[in-house]
Design a protein around this ligand. Structure first.
Ligand SMILES: [Fe+2]
Length: 331
């Protein structure tokens, strides 16, 4: 497991305004110290990760140093304290609100046992309400995406999804790295018990380097948006020869309030048997981690493999957003 500090030091490029705005929207702690965000309407400047309400893009100016922001007449924010030194910042950054630390604090023994047992596991609340709202809101920010898929055009269902471009928003990047290193032991165990030679490296960066070397270079994390009547047909998220056997999805809206229907559904196809379906209840901010393609099941004569598919049942009303994190990149 990478420490939170190492995640913060994973080099990310914050030189463009687009990358900076994406970092601010995602509340990226990794962006701290790279630039400062000044808000014209309040006269205040902040850390990129300030937990206060997200300002309008049009009112923001980015500065390369806090001195430059102060010279321009801005005062330091009282919440995120950009005027404090890096040690104080680091101290604050170590608090468990950081996504890497929140991921580390989850009960991975229980979660991996659940995944092993039924093909999926639930994290309990993982993202905050503010993070969920912010992610759902950036769905419309075209600059963040490499492509948009209208499901009807491909027979995938009804609704839309958008693949992020690199660099990913800080929260998405940090969550992808942190979750990977927690589930990679289970992924390797599955390879072992099913007699497959594939082994996955401990760190996501090493696995992605292998994907990229194999020509799978395009990022696969995505945001999905469903409206009334929309649904997602049962499918598997495979994008090339290299695939990590687990993936993660976070529900960003409130079932029963923001939308009705729209349940996350998993089916399992067992050899020479009828398929079995599971409806997975999620709350806003909760992640489900599930098998991408297949998983081993212990049978009387040793383990056998079952095939999984996942989808979303029809929304009766409202709007539903999901963050999807797939660990392999796409060809
Ligand atoms: Fe999917």
């Amino acid at each position: 497991m990478e420490s939170a500090r190492e995640i913060e030091e994973t080099a990310e490029d914050f030189s463009s305004d687009t990358a900076r705005w994406a970092a601010v929207q995602a509340g990226s702690a990794a962006a701290e110290g790279h630039f400062w965000t000044a808000v014209r309407t309040t006269g205040i400047y902040c850390q990129p990760s300030c937990p206060a309400r997200l300002p309008h893009r049009a009112n923001i100016t980015f500065y390369d140093s806090r001195e430059a922001a102060e010279r321009a007449g801005f005062r330091p924010c009282k919440r995120c304290r950009p005027d404090q030194g890096p040690d104080a910042r680091r101290q604050r950054a170590r608090r468990p609100h950081r996504i890497g630390e929140r991921v580390a604090a989850l009960d991975w023994e229980r979660i991996t046992a659940e995944i092993d047992d039924r093909g999926y596991g639930l994290t309990g609340p993982l993202l905050t309400e503010a993070e969920c709202r912010e992610l759902a809101a950036v769905y419309d920010d075209d600059a963040l995406y490499r492509s948009t898929v209208v499901m009807k055009r491909h027979g995938f269902g009804s609704g839309e999804y958008r693949y992020f471009r690199y660099p990913l928003p800080g929260l998405v990047e940090d969550l992808r790295q942190a979750a990977y290193s927690r589930i990679v032991p289970l992924a390797n165990r599955w390879m072992e018990v099913t007699g497959q030679a594939q082994r996955y490296p401990e760190q996501l960066a090493d696995f992605l380097a292998a994907c990229h070397a194999a020509g799978q270079e395009r990022p696969t994390p995505l945001l999905l948006r469903y409206g009334t009547g929309d649904y997602n047909c049962l499918h598997q998220d495979l994008y090339g020869d290299l695939a990590f056997p687990l993936q993660l999805a976070v529900l960003l809206d409130r079932p029963g309030m923001d939308f009705e229907g729209g349940e996350f559904v998993l089916t399992e196809q067992r050899p020479r048997m009828q398929s079995r379906a599971e409806v997975v209840p999620l709350v806003r901010g909760e992640a489900v981690i599930f098998a991408v393609n297949e998983r081993p099941v212990q049978g009387g004569r040793g383990p056998y493999r079952v095939k999984l598919r996942h989808g979303v049942s029809r929304l009766r009303c409202g709007r539903r957003h999901t963050l999807g994190i797939i660990f392999h990149d796409a060809a």
